[in-house]
Write a protein that binds this ligand. Sequence first.
Ligand code: FAD
Length: 383
Amino acid sequence: DSHKYTGIVEDYCCDYETVESVNGAVLHPLLQELVKTPFFRYFKVKLWCDCPFWPDDGMCRLRDCSVCECPENEFPEPFKTPSLPKDDLICQEGKPEAVVDRTLDAKAFRGLAVVDNPWTNDDETDNGKMTYVNLQLNPERYTGYTGPSARRIWGAHKETNSSGESCPEKNVLYKLISGLHSSISVHIATDYLLDENTNQWGANLQLMNDRVLKHPERVQNLYFTFIFVLRALTKAAPYLEAAQYDSGNHLEDLKAHSLIRQLLHNPKLQAACSLLFDEAKLWQGQSGPELKQQIQKQFRNISALMDCVGCEKCRLWGKLQVLGLGTALKIMFSVDDQKQSAQPLQLRRNEVIALMNLLNRLSESLKSVADMGSSAGAVSLIQ
Ligand code: FAD
């Protein structure tokens, strides 16, 4: 009884095998390179925990929970506040020196105005508490964060899983968060602390099996989320291609731009799957605008919930990936292919960074599911 998934991914024209092969052959290698470039590896984030919902009861047992904040003090020059003297720019949480002026966004994205993302709890205005984090130094993996705090956060989004077919929009929200949950579980399982005494890290196939592989709905939602974000990426292609990726390192920036172009124009991706997610049908009913606002509010609440995550590193990745999902939603439901009058898409630097890093995480998870799927099935047979 293998847990290898086959067949059609619900709501899409793609089948599991097609998505897996395009991911493995094309997307995964390109994304792995892209997230290493200076432009994409620094994420601006407020790590200070200020849970608006419950007193924080999350306990983090391990040293690996804490986030390493740019110890090399080397984040890209154009990301910094131009008016501040260089020596004041110490990259530490809560330090005003880490403040980033919004005009930098205009510099990176060809003079486009700074706009708030209505899908997320807009953190970036809170500049005094923001810091830059080198994502490459902070891999998403097992941290030991668990207990009622974590379960309560994951449980909160289940409220969005309402009436199924009669309300497909809310169903989308549920699936996106469930897919993210699956992806985080996959990362925990693939990079697990196997032995605390010897500090041995490796894959925990049993965990992978128990938490994800043996639940077809969770695997399905992982694929759904991946395709949703991919679809958003292709929708934002003209914007992403025109944007400037300026980290101050010209060669690395050229590389980032070239990788973006290779991603967006990959013939295999275009041919293999037309990604027929019918977002045009969403929000169209009589109560469309109100429903959209209601769901936006729900997503913002999920975004705010990330402040309740009681483990710094989990909070970092939770915030990044929820911002990435919010960016995908913003693209999907604001860019209207049919309407000429639609507002031009505007994305902030941090949104683009979150979107690409989220896609990379989902792509890694998909690859792990594809690679480990059958072997994890074998494990369950043995035990
Ligand atoms: P949980 O994963 O907490 O799941 C709780 C319940 O949700 C399950 O019992 C099940 O009923 C349901 N469920 C499980 N998966 C899905 C799914 N895909 N879709 C729908 N329902 C589902 N821990 C780390 O070690 N490293 C991290 O980087 C990390 N990041 C986190 C980020 C966030 C935002 C949160 C909320 C938690 C994070 N955690 C992380 C904790 C981790 O996700 C688990 O909560 C923890 O390992 C405890 O797992 P559990 O077995 O109790 O089940």
